[in-house]
Design a binder for this molecule. Structure first.
Ligand code: ADP
Ligand code: ZN
Length: 724
């Protein structure tokens, strides 16, 4: 009999340990999955360790002191989890202070996860030649020889090819069927793309990256400097050496151009991996990588866990982007996971951005990373940027949505049949609906958040939990029946633009218009086809796009993000402005940018106007140093939530007291956060210079919470990006 130790899915952190089961199937081994009954329920486990024993079930149970469960079935023919994935799960669980099983879940495609509902792997019927028995007609022989030459074929294809002859051959025993895992998402091979000769600046950058002795190189290249071509040519050299390349992007649907270019450059050897794939497609891509069928993977953050055999290069494009951070446990940052893998494979991690995160740039200046810069655009001209003071504009009776200057510039561009992008980082029609009698605003019943009015869908929406309801007839507070819509969202902006430019073709891209599969691509395709004159959107339109006829970008409420009570709000505001401006005038036609702001003298706006990253960096680092915020310190956030406010409050104070007793670093809070989805929330922040001891203290405190049987949901974030 075998004794098998496995990781079992169970939500409670308390069960973050191995469980032992008996097994009578000799094929059980490390890395395979097994079906078991756990706590009365059918579950899956990942096998960590297998040991032979002379004892029988009863003897083993007696020795262990409990009655051993028996593994019902060992699932896989080959181990799914290789040694690297095991090691990575261990690292990830330590790094994020989360359970090992939640790490496996984050790392694997749904079909392979214990929590996945559909574990069945889709199989397909294939045919192959068998023994030669008896005589064949000429037709039959031709068909049989054709199959023999290719070796094997999917049954469906064979049927199409050989028709009834194929059937006869099978009946006669000349060919036989077998099963193979289905492959529906084989990448279609598209025509090859020509390679652009690098400019001297690109060539220098490429050589500097290759010459670097450091594991991590930060490529700081202004928008439109041609970073993608540098990535592709470096990737080509790695592929020539028979090694694999991982290209990470923030969002696949927003980078159709990058995906296209990679597919064309490396036909048949690319896997695309992102959350938009269905479970079967994800599984197939995972297997293709595992079998070494692909040379290049382009994917979003979870692609960092693909089972590569021999990585030669990892590229992380737009490394500052917040979608690289996962906000469910395990709350990892993709950059950390990428670095772990680069070290394991002894390959380079290339971080690219026009607006690097302060942390990365600081590391580069300190010499932890190497820094390579591309300070000029391919077309040698950055767009001309102006800020409009909206306070002044309002005093002159201009519209508070579109200033006269922006309207005038839109008119000019439309006349020349060029395209315009307008960015407003707020979706819906208006973010607040206020009763004109008692002045209270409509609130989400589940969160402490105002409901936004969405005129297009005719509903009130909560942007925190997704709750929707029809517009109310009377105020729940005073029964008044007249309301005022306050503030503007993209729907309101679209209405105003249509009013001012009735002949323009207007499109809108935000979370509401892009829910359907393929919606992103359709909007971008219309822009590319010149079926759109003005594209309105939230921050998603600022990302990475390259459309030669977009020559004017307008940013509405460019300083709105500064109101967020978060230590990174200035950094993200600056990044948004520079990235949005970067969409303008990328080809022959020169570009312009208009930023509307109520506080245009704020340094985030001023450096944004100058597109001066290093100036901004020096200034912002000074504030970070004075406030002791990252990168001058490390933060760990611990959030407690529960349905009973008293209990949650009591428990986090108890937890905080334990931490204060055992940890010398600063502990801020607990502070109450807004209620979310009927849960009351409180947060503690550890702030200090010694990350290791901070982590150790939090781990101890988590054990303490277990001993005390605390019932609140506890979420630890060891690299928080936002602290609102
Ligand atoms: P970035 O990612 O740095 O913003 P891109 O890689 O999108 O910039 O390049 C900007 C534009 O310049 C693209 O339209 C691209 O096709 C073009 N480009 C890049 N490299 C070259 C080159 N070596 N020769 C000609 N055009 C180039
Ligand atoms: Zn809500």
């Amino acid at each position: 009999m075998l004794l098998v130790k496995l990781w079992v899915e169970y939500t409670a952190v308390a069960l973050d340990r191995l469980f032992t089961y008996a097994c009578f199937d000799e094929t059980a081994c490390r890395g395979k999955r097994a079906e078991i009954v756990f706590n009365g329920k059918k579950s899956l486990g990942f096998i960590e360790e297998v040991e032979q024993t002379e004892l029988n079930l009863q003897q083993a149970s007696e020795q262990l002191g409990y009655s051993l469960g028996v593994i019902e079935r060992v699932l896989d023919q080959e181990p799914l989890i290789n040694e690297e994935l095991f090691a990575m799960a261990e690292w990830l669980s330590k790094e994020t202070i989360s359970s090992r099983i939640s790490c496996f879940q984050a790392m694997l495609p749904a079909k392979l996860k214990p929590s996945g509902k559909d574990h069945r792997i889709k199989m397909e019927q294939w045919v192959r030649p068998a023994a030669c028995k008896g005589k064949l007609t000429a037709k039959q022989e031709a068909a049989w020889n054709a199959l023999k030459q290719t070796g094997s074929l999917p049954l469906s294809q064979w049927r199409k090819m050989a028709g009834s002859v194929g059937k006869t051959l099978e009946e006669k025993g000349w060919i036989e069927r077998f099963e193979k895992e289905a492959r529906s998402s084989e990448i279609e091979s598209s025509e090859a793309e020509e390679i652009l000769p690098l400019t001297p600046l690109q060539q220098q950058a490429k050589e500097a990256i290759e010459a670097s002795k450091k594991t991590v190189v930060l490529l700081h290249g202004v928008t439109g400097s041609g970073k993608t071509e540098v990535y592709l040519q470096m990737a080509q050299e790695v592929v020539n050496k028979k090694k694999q390349v991982l290209i990470l992007v923030p969002e696949i649907s927003l980078t159709p151009q990058m995906v296209q270019r990679v597919k064309r450059r490396f036909p048949r050897a690319v896997a695309i991996y992102h959350s938009g794939l269905n479970n079967q497609q994800k599984y197939e891509q995972f297997k293709r990588v595992q079998n070494g069928e692909v040379a290049i993977v382009v994917g979003t953050r979870s692609a960092v866990f693909m089972p590569f055999q021999s990585l030669g290069l990892i590229i992380m494009d737009e490394e500052h982007d917040s979608s690289y951070k996962q906000d469910n446990p395990p709350q990892y940052h993709c950059r950390d996971a990428a670095l772990w893998r680069a070290q394991r494979h002894h390959c380079k991690l290339l971080l690219g951005s026009a607006t690097p995160s302060l942390d990365s740039y600081a590391r580069a200046l300190k010499g932890v990373y190497d820094l390579v810069t591309m300070p000029e655009r391919i077309n040698a001209t950055l767009p001309k940027v102006v800020a409009v003071n909206m306070r002044q504009a309002l005093r002159q009776n201009e519209s508070y949505i579109l200033s006269d200057l922006l309207k005038q510039k839109i008119t000019e561009r439309l006349k020349k049949q060029e395209q315009v992008m307008l960015l407003l980082n707020r979706r819906g029609y208006s973010p607040t609906v206020r009763c004109t009698r008692c002045l209270s605003s409509l609130q989400c019943p589940h969160c402490d958040v105002t409901l936004s009015w969405h005129r297009a869908e005719k509903v009130l929406k909560c942007h925190s939990c997704g709750y929707t309801q029809p517009m109310v007839q009377e105020c729940p507070n005073c029964h008044g029946n007249s309301f005022k819509m306050l503030g503007i969202g993209t729907q309101r902006l679209a209405e105003e633009v249509l009013h001012c430019f009735p002949d323009a073709r207007i499109d809108r891209m935000d979370a509401d218009t892009t829910q359907r599969k393929g919606a992103h691509e359709a909007i971008l395709q219309r822009l590319e086809n010149h079926e759109t004159d003005i594209l309105i959107g939230t921050q998603i339109i600022a990302k990475g796009m390259d459309y030669p006829d977009v020559t004017l970008v307008g940013i509405i409420n460019g300083d709105a993000g500064l109101n967020r009570p978060d230590y990174r709000s200035v950094e993200t505001t600056f990044q948004l402005i520079v990235q949005a401006a970067g969409r303008s005038g990328r080809a022959e036609k020169s570009g312009e940018v208009v930023i509307q702001a109520f506080d245009p003298d704020h340094y985030a706006i001023r450096y944004g106007v100058k597109q001066d990253y290093t100036g901004f960096f020096v200034r912002e680092m000074n504030y970070r140093r004075l406030s002791g915020n990252p990168p001058y310190s490390y933060l760990i956030s611990v959030v407690f939530s529960g349905e009973q406010i008293d209990r949650t409050h009591r428990e986090i104070h108890h937890f905080a007291a334990f931490l204060r007793e055992h940890c010398n670093e600063r502990i801020l809070g607990p502070a109450e956060l807004f209620r979310l989805q009927d849960r009351y929330r409180f947060r503690l922040i550890l702030k200090g210079k010694n990350r290791e001891t901070m982590m150790k203290c939090v781990r101890e405190a988590m054990r303490f919470a277990q001993q005390e049987k605390m019932r609140s949901r506890i979420r630890v974030d060891t690299s928080p990006m936002m602290l609102e």
